[in-house]
Design a protein around this ligand. Structure first.
Ligand SMILES: [Zn+2]
Length: 218
């Protein structure tokens, strides 16, 4: 805790004064352009890896960067997505998975989650992705998915969550009218690289290829 307290003091004395104007503007409202959904994993810093500032990203985090498909039951993710899209009017939704994801490791082998009933239930939202990997590699239903397939499972999970978010009515409406675009990302913790896909893709590509049009104009 010492480091955290020291950090707060440093923020108050040094960081805040440097950004006083920005915080002054943000004090009365936010206007983020991006809803950023990612894993709770401590190794991911959305602002750091996108070079963005406070006020730029509306961030939702949970174990496994999961978006439960829409239902009439209300959950934290459902409410946050609805608010970001319908009220804040974000134009882009980035769903960012990452390498070495503990949640996906758990989803690959749910028998190891016996003492964690809530984790097990939550990771049920990844099941289709795990089943795709299992089917592709003809792994019998009574066997766990080998960890060599972790990266493939992480990618499939992001592809699946991209589909899930489209079932949320506010998102479906904005996609249908071209007002929101969905991006799937995989952040590589070791290399700092990002692989990505767009809402209709089934494969991931290099970041620089995916965003070549934007990069050209920089
Ligand atoms: Zn994770």
């Amino acid at each position: 805790m010492d480091r955290i307290v020291k950090g707060v003091l440093n923020f108050r004395q040094n960081v805040y004064p440097q950004h006083k104007d920005l915080f002054g503007t943000l004090a009365t409202g936010q206007n983020p352009d991006v809803l950023f959904v990612t894993c709770s994993d401590s190794r991911i810093d959305p602002n750091l890896l996108t070079g963005s500032d406070p006020g730029d990203l509306f961030i939702c985090r949970n174990a496994g960067n999961i978006i439960p498909p829409h239902s009439n039951e209300t959950g934290g993710m459902t409410a946050s997505i609805e608010y970001a899209v319908a009220v804040l009017g974000v134009s882009h939704i980035i769903i960012c998975g990452h390498t070495d994801c503990g949640a996906i490791k758990g989803a690959l082998d749910p028998d190891n989650l016996k003492g964690l009933p809530h984790v097990k239930e939550w990771l049920g939202h990844c099941r289709s992705a795990m089943e795709i990997v299992r089917e592709r590699h003809t792994i019998p239903f009574d066997q766990g998915v080998p960890h060599e397939l972790l990266n493939e499972a992480i990618e499939e999970n992001v592809l699946q969550q991209v589909q899930h978010i489209r079932t949320h009515p506010a998102v479906a409406a904005k996609i249908a009218t071209g007002k929101v675009q969905i991006h799937g990302w995989i952040y590589n913790i070791k290399t700092g690289g990002i692989r990505c896909c767009q809402q209709n893709d089934t494969l991931f590509s290099n970041f620089d290829d995916q965003y070549a049009d934007i990069i050209e104009q920089l």
